[in-house]
Structures are given as C-alpha cells and as structure tokens.
Ligand binder design. Structure first.
Ligand SMILES: Nc1ncnc2c1ncn2[C@@H]1O[C@H](COP(=O)(O)OP(=O)(O)OP(=O)(O)O)[C@@H](O)[C@H]1O
Length: 276
C-alpha cells in the first residue's frame, strides 16, 4: 500500500536534512501508530505520503500513485485529518452534500451512525462547534469516506474522555480489510490496543518499525517492586514500584507503548536487538 524508498527531505532553510534515506513499507489492513518526539518530522512524513510535500530524493508510492502528482484517482481514495484545520460556516448536512460525492466509496449510513455515536447535531453550523466537536466531525467524515488510506494527525487531541473511548470503538469497528490508517500521536494511551504496528521516527531515521504482535511475543511489560534483576531490560520508577520490560518468558502481556518509547529513545542498547 505505502512504499517509501530512500526518501530524503529538507525544508530548504535547514542545514541538516530532516529525513535521510528513509525506507518503509506498510500494508493495507492495519492501523499504524507513527511516534516521535516534537519536531521529529511526523507531520512532514504524513504530508509527503499524501502529496502536500515533495521528496528531495527517493520515492513515495501509495497504492501505485506518486502522491505529489495529486491525481484525482489518488485524491478520492485518501483522507487526511490534519491537526489544524478549517471548516466552513455551513451545517454538517450541507458539508456532507458538498463533499461526499468526491469519495466513490462514501457510506452515508455509516456517517449517520458515527454522528449519533458522537452526539453531533447535523443542523448545527460547523463554525459554531467547539474544537473537539469539529475534530469528531472530521473523524466521522474521514471514516465514512471509506478511503483506502486514512491519515490522522493527533486525532484524539481535544477529545474529552468519553469521546476517546468512542473514537477507539468506532475506529476498530468501521474499517475494511483494504484500508490503512496511519495515526500520528503523542497520546499513546489513546491508541493502545488499537494500533497493530508502530513506526518510530528520531533524528531523521526510523528507529523502529515493528508489529505489536512481534513486540509482545518478544518482550514482557509488567510492574515490579524492584528494578534489580538480570532479565530486566529497562525500568522506570512509578509510585509504588517500577514499570519493567523483560524478555518474553512468561506469557504474553499487552505492550506499554509509552514505556517502550522512552526505552528506545533513551538509547537502550539491550532492547535494540529485540525491536529491530
Ligand atoms: N513549513 C516549514 N518550514 C520549515 N521548517 C518546518 C516547516 N514545518 C515543519 N518544519 C520543521 O521540520 C521539523 C519537523 O516538523 P514536524 O511538524 O514534521 O514535526 P512533528 O514530529 O510533527 O512535531 P510535533 O510532534 O511537535 O507536531 C521541525 O524542526 C520543524 O521546525
């Protein structure tokens, strides 16, 4: 679905390129979490994938299209929910009327269901909605397009606690097997148990590209009263003890993405061989 080869990119005003020789393949049928520190280049990478920015070297291929060419057949099959967005001063119903036809697989019945789940009023002017309500509307619309590529930049930013649970439920339930969702986020707790692959960016490189299943079959995440022990690969103090990562020996555990992220960014050498 997405094939990135030797991607180089520089904003032009920077001495060092942001990306150097990035390679990445992502298949349809998955929800991918794109993680990285502030400024690592997550939004930039997403924009390169959807053709809002152009590579300086190498290639980006999505569904056999070169995104930068912005061909109609490519654009009608991808939807980008940006972190910052503008919505016009028209009602939800009129927005749907004006935009749904751009997407051949648009599912109006699904949209009505999702709007109900998020309790969004169809008659309300989009500009009168709060930031979180606007975000929820865009997420609903994105899912209803049924585009094969859905790119969500910080989708849970601005969502209240119940809406985050609804987001997880509807995302898990509204996808078809030929779709790919890429979620860039700092709110890793919001996407835990939802994403099935992690891609981590740091200093212009991918420092991890791994399926959650692979990680959970090789690493074990738990809490412990001590951080001492030969089998402990990484630990972090928390109230009442430690969160620890050990090599997998005692059954599967769910992956603590935040702990893993900190461990990898701290350059934990012991862990590297498990996640590369
Ligand atoms: N339009 C631009 N012109 C010049 N430099 C830019 C531009 N947009 C982003 N950058 C720079 O590129 C780098 C990556 O930015 P980007 O927004 O892709 O990071 P990010 O990982 O999405 O960050 P965050 O987590 O803070 O949203 C940063 O150093 C940023 O200053």
């Amino acid at each position: 679905m997405i094939d990135i080869k030797k991607l180089n990119f520089n904003y032009g005003n920077k001495r060092r390129p942001l990306f150097r020789e990035l390679d990445c393949q992502i298949n349809a049928g998955s929800i991918v979490g794109l993680l990285g520190k502030n400024g690592a280049g997550k939004t930039t990478l997403l924009k390169l994938m959807i053709g809002l920015l152009f590579p300086d070297g190498g290639t980006v291929n999505v569904n056999n299209y070169e995104p930068g060419k912005r061909q109609p057949a490519f654009l009608e099959d991808m939807f980008f929910v940006s972190e910052e967005f503008y919505l016009p001063g028209i009602s939800i119903a009129n927005f749907i009327k004006a935009n749904a036809d751009f997407y051949p697989r648009f599912d109006g019945a699904l949209l009505q269901r999702l709007l109900k789940d998020f309790e969004l009023p169809e008659t309300e002017s989009l500009q009168k909605l709060s930031y979180g309500q606007k975000k929820k509307f865009l997420i609903c619309f994105a899912l209803s397009t049924k585009c094969r590529l859905l790119v969500l930049d910080e989708p849970t930013n601005g969502l209240d606690i119940p809406s985050k649970s609804i987001f997880r439920r509807i995302l898990a339930g509204a996808l078809d097997e030929d779709q790919l969702v890429i979620i860039s986020t700092h709110q890793v707790k919001d996407v835990e148990n939802l994403i099935d692959r992690i891609i981590m960016l740091d200093s212009g490189q991918f420092i991890m590209q791994k399926d959650l299943f692979d990680i959970s079959s090789r690493l074990h995440f738990s809490t412990s009263s001590t951080a001492e022990g030969d089998d402990i690969l990484y630990s972090e103090m928390v109230p009442g003890g430690y969160k620890v990562i050990t090599s997998q020996a005692n059954g599967s555990s769910s992956v603590d993405i935040e702990l893993l992220f900190n461990a990898i960014l701290n350059g934990n050498e012991k862990l590297k061989s498990y996640v590369q």
